[in-house]
Design a binder for this molecule. Structure first.
Ligand code: FA5
Ligand code: MG
Length: 433
């Protein structure tokens, strides 16, 4: 699909996303690059690591939880804000609803920001236990582990309230080091008042056991003493920490140690009873998780950069085979080129020195992505200062340009960089220094 021009310049009155056409209005902020990503369906490609990984997870659940989970993988990404936020109990003023975080197709429709957008609908249709793989979209920062289009797998499990099974703890063995720093029931991570301590603890224990078991099954074969010799790690380090989501309590995140840092791979928790009640399941309690497929696939296949999943380069694609886990072999990278852009932020009201700037960093990130697409590896703020007399604030961002497929010339980067400066001036009101 050809790259469409950006919204502000786009003259057509409709936008097509994954085969459906919508009317644009003054809320539309989906750039052509994102509409194009929605047509790629890389989770359906059996030899893309995103497709391989989600099939491995589905296979694990089919084998180790026989006939429990129904799977879904083909629900259209355009949803209502009601499905994405309201049914999940997000407050009406929650920042993630805004156009700086979320892609609006038009005033009534958005690109789902998470796979949880379909929880209420699938529960109401009578599905009490399911897995859902979905492409999701966020106006987010750009770096090696963040991309504006990515994939999540939602898992939902419920139990009849009077039939909660007590569970023996799962033995993980030496290949996984498990750190559990959670404190369910504390003021930091309270349980729901409608649940007894026991039932909340049983549901949470089943959630942890299920996810730890999945990680052990998928990563285990690659781990163990001696595996370092073939380049792999001998141990997987997993950490459970407290988290907050409006639709679960208590809530947890799981992190995996990768490239010398904790990488967040999933969010989860005990489903808020209001959601089950609203879907006609007030006699049940349950858990849910939302897993970042690229994040775990990066760890499993040793893929160093999230942009690679979208690469058309045969040196990437030819390395993977359906159903197989193989370690990614880096091919030589093309050289990077850093360029800085410094600008004065607009002030909210010219003469009010205490007023905060109207500048929103995500809007700048979006311009960078829209102008330079996958030629940008990373954007970072490297300097900020405020002139004490004028009270004007200046920021400097460093943009790291690099192609995954070829050498970039200095001339072409200069053209891109100038286009970004110009758009920032026109659209955001900054003054390039
Ligand atoms: C959620 O999206 C919740 N819906 C998860 C959830 C589901 C919680 C069910 C409770 C119950 P979060 O925003 O943390 O949570 O995203 C979940 C995962 O998606 C993250 O842990 C990360 O692995 C992945 N992720 C988030 N943003 C990006 C991004 N920009 N690029 C790639 N992966 C991302
Ligand atoms: Mg998170």
């Amino acid at each position: 699909e050809a790259k469409q021009s950006s919204d502000s310049q786009d003259q057509t009155s409709t936008i097509t996303i994954a085969g459906s056409t919508y009317t644009r209005d003054d809320c539309t902020n989906v750039p052509g690059s994102i509409a194009a990503a929605a047509s790629r369906r890389i989770h359906h490609l059996p030899t893309n690591p995103v497709g391989i990984f989600r099939r491995l997870v589905e296979k694990h659940f089919r084998t180790c939880h026989t006939n429990v989970f129904r799977t879904f993988d083909d629900i259209h990404p355009v949803v209502t804000p009601k499905a994405n936020f309201d049914t999940l109990l997000f407050p009406s003023d929650h920042p993630s609803r805004g156009p700086s975080d979320t892609y609006y197709v038009n005033r009534d429709l958005i690109l789902r920001t998470h796979s949880s957008a379909h929880q209420a609908q699938l529960l109401a249709q009578g599905n009490t236990d399911f897995l859902l793989t979905a492409d999701v979209y966020r106006r987010d920062e750009i770096d090696r582990s963040h991309y504006p289009a990515f994939h999540q797998m939602e898992g939902v499990r419920t139990f009849a309230r009077d039939e909660l099974p007590p569970l023996p703890p799962l033995s993980l063995g030496p290949s996984i080091e498990l750190i559990d720093e959670t404190s369910a029931g504390s003021s930091k991570n309270p349980i729901q008042s409608v649940h007894t301590k026991e039932e909340s603890a049983l549901v949470a224990a089943d959630l942890k056991r299920t996810l730890n078991g999945m990680l052990l099954d998928i990563f285990g074969p690659l781990l163990g003493v001696g595996k370092e010799s073939v380049g792999g790690p001998s141990q997987l380090k997993i950490r459970w920490v407290d988290a907050y989501f409006p639709f679960t309590a208590p809530s947890y995140e799981v992190e995996v140690w990768y490239q010398g840092k904790w990488l967040e791979v999933l969010g989860s928790g005990v489903t808020r009873q209001e959601i089950l009640d609203g879907a006609g399941h007030s006699d049940r309690v349950g858990w849910a998780f939302g897993l970042g497929i690229e994040r775990l696939a990066m760890v499993l296949f040793r893929i160093p950069d999230i942009r690679l999943f979208w690469s058309g380069d045969d040196r990437f694609l030819s390395q993977f085979e359906e159903g197989k886990v193989t370690e990614f072999k880096a091919y030589s990278k093309y050289p990077a080129c850093y360029k800085d852009v410094s600008f004065w932020l607009p002030s909210a009201i010219r003469d009010d020195k205490s007023a905060k700037s109207t500048f929103v960093e995500n809007d700048f990130m979006e311009i960078v992505r829209d102008e330079a697409g996958d030629l940008v590896e990373d954007v970072a703020m490297v300097d900020e200062f405020t002139n004490p007399t004028t009270n004007r604030t200046s920021r400097c961002y460093r943009i790291n340009y690099r192609s995954m497929d070829r050498n970039l010339t200095n001339d072409e980067i200069n053209v891109l960089h100038r286009a970004i400066e110009k758009r920032a001036e026109v659209d955001l009101g900054v003054e390039v220094r």
